[in-house]
Design a binder for this molecule. Structure first.
Ligand code: GLP
Length: 245
């Protein structure tokens, strides 16, 4: 769906999330959300906060799992995705503190594999992801599943591409050496198991990636292309991001 601008697009996505939360609430169930960081989802989170404050949308029945976290990363560091989520959403709504999950960037190397397994198990025990929100990286990554990630990949530690690290440089004082070389990411397989996927992209710089993801060959070289195979995935973009289609 191509919207004239990111504001209108973000409202439509926030509405869909709110409807899911409310439907689950009425049925006495939890809404299991897969959440993303990056600049793209910020406007969706802002709209959800507005709906909470002005329309009484409650997050009491929400359980969430974030896609990824840098490794290593302290939760209180400025660049941590933990901090991002607190600032952009969780601190402003009534989600229960124990109900949101973000991969732990402080886990010791020897416990990493276990941590990744446990993360997937928590999603499974919650009933699987009802909804997965995604952005798209400059090289077509989803979460931090970099090119080369197979369709069946599980949650794991990923070496970040040079281009991904370069794109993150500004968040780390402009110094590439300060950008972590690795990240923990939800695997492609888990992302694709979500019942519904919505990928966001704004602006002209995203146009080539959107074109490749939607019209290109499905290949591990472009993990976003796997979404072509999902039965219920939607790209929500603005006109500029759709200008290459
Ligand atoms: C990072 C995140 C991705 C995100 C991407 C694009 O790499 N790990 O989940 O999709 O950035 O970010 P932005 O939305 O700022 O373009």
């Amino acid at each position: 769906r191509i919207f004239p601008n990111s504001e209108e697009a973000s409202k439509a996505v926030a509405n869909e999330i709110a409807e899911l939360i409310k439907t689950k609430q009425k049925a006495g169930q939890q809404a299991v959300l897969g959440l993303a960081t990056g600049s793209s989802p910020k406007t969706v989170y802002a709209e959800l906060i507005r709906m909470h404050k002005e329309e009484g949308l409650s997050f009491k029945n929400v359980i969430s799992f974030n896609l990824d976290e840098y490794y290593p990363m302290q939760p209180d560091a400025i660049q941590s995705y933990w901090r991002f989520m607190k600032e952009q959403l969780f601190d402003h709504v009534d989600i229960e503190p124990g109900n949101f999950h973000i991969p732990d960037g402080t886990v010791s190397p020897s416990m990493l594999a276990q941590h990744c397994q446990d993360y997937e198990k928590k999603i499974k025990d919650a009933g699987g992801l009802d909804f997965q929100l995604l952005g798209i990286g400059g090289n077509g990554h989803i979460g931090f599943n970099e090119p080369g990630s197979l369709e069946n990949t599980k949650t794991r530690l990923m070496m970040l591409d040079q281009s991904t690290r370069a794109a993150a440089k500004t968040d780390f004082g402009g110094e590439l050496t300060k950008v972590p070389k690795k990240a923990i990411t939800l695997g492609v397989a888990k992302i694709l198991q979500a019942k519904r996927i919505v990928l966001l992209a704004w602006g002209e710089r995203k146009a080539p990636m959107i074109c490749n993801a939607v019209e290109g060959t499905v290949s591990a070289q472009n993990p976003s292309s796997y979404l072509q195979k999902h039965p219920n995935a939607l790209f929500v973009i603005d006109e500029a991001a759709g200008s290459g289609l």
